[in-house]
Write a protein that binds this ligand. Structure first.
Ligand SMILES: [Zn+2]
Length: 253
């Protein structure tokens, strides 16, 4: 019943939601175009269009005539444009299907599981998160402030149905979001929840400091920690001994 440990979305999360694809500028669209796809569609279109010529050529007709060359010169760019538009269309369709799949996953993981997370409602969850934030080492807090990173909570995010947390930059705002339902469901008790929130927070803070998933996987807070990953000590109260500042050093991964 423990959801995927995926805590976060890679930097792709920083990209605007794919549902906005239709509203992209031509330049953005070109940058995102899958040119191999365009070439394949172009080849198929060109083949279909040239069937009469190929047929004629097979019957021994000399098809290399000026009008044929002219037609090819006019048709080729049109076919290329058609191929590009078709690939755009497929791309949008794929995006729509992906968004629908995520929505379904979200409904399954989060929407229908609200009851299971009811023992820790939004207010209590916020308190847990606040505690985890105040237990961060002071230099982490300073680093987050310098980078102007906000820390927020939410029940979940349909874009990232399985995520426990998310680090993202969107519309000029950089924030870490901790998702209540998946985190609460992953924990069986308040103590476990405190740990899960602390781990997830540290993971996202790592991203805020420029660490990649690979960097994070070298620590126990990675989504897929490598064998022998360095354990990151629980964010203990300073009174119980502060976590070693060297445990998760920003930038060094
Ligand atoms: Zn991550």
């Amino acid at each position: 019943m423990t959801p995927s440990r995926a805590r976060h979305a890679p930097r792709a999360a920083s990209v605007e939601p794919s549902v906005d694809a239709q509203r992209r500028s031509i330049r953005e669209r070109l940058a995102l175009t899958e040119w191999i796809e365009v070439v394949v569609i172009f080849a198929v279109l060109a083949f279909v269009v040239s069937v009469p010529l190929l047929y004629s050529a097979a019957r021994g007709v000399d098809v290399v005539r000026p009008w044929v060359i002219g037609a090819v010169a006019v048709l080729a760019p049109l076919l290329l444009l058609a191929a590009w538009l078709l690939s755009e269309h497929f791309w949008n369709v794929a995006d729509t299907l992906e968004a629908r799949r995520r929505r379904t996953e979200y409904d399954r993981l989060v929407g229908s599981q609200l009851d299971l997370a009811a023992w820790c409602g939004p207010e209590l969850f916020d308190e847990v998160v606040d505690r985890a934030v105040t237990r961060l080492p002071a230099e982490f807090i300073r680093g987050l402030e310098q980078r102007n990173v906000a820390i927020t909570t939410a029940d979940g995010d349909p874009e990232w149905p399985w995520a426990l947390g998310l680090y993202q930059t969107q519309g000029g705002i950089t924030k870490i979001t901790l998702f209540r339902v998946n985190l609460v469901r992953s924990a069986g008790s308040l103590d476990q929840l405190e740990d899960a929130v602390a781990d997830t927070l540290l993971h996202e803070v790592g991203h805020a400091f420029g660490m990649t998933e690979d960097d994070l996987n070298r620590y126990s807070i990675g989504n897929r920690p490598v064998r022998g990953a360095i354990p990151v000590r629980r964010l203990a109260d300073p009174a119980q001994g502060a976590p070693g500042p060297g445990e998760v050093t920003p930038g060094t991964g």
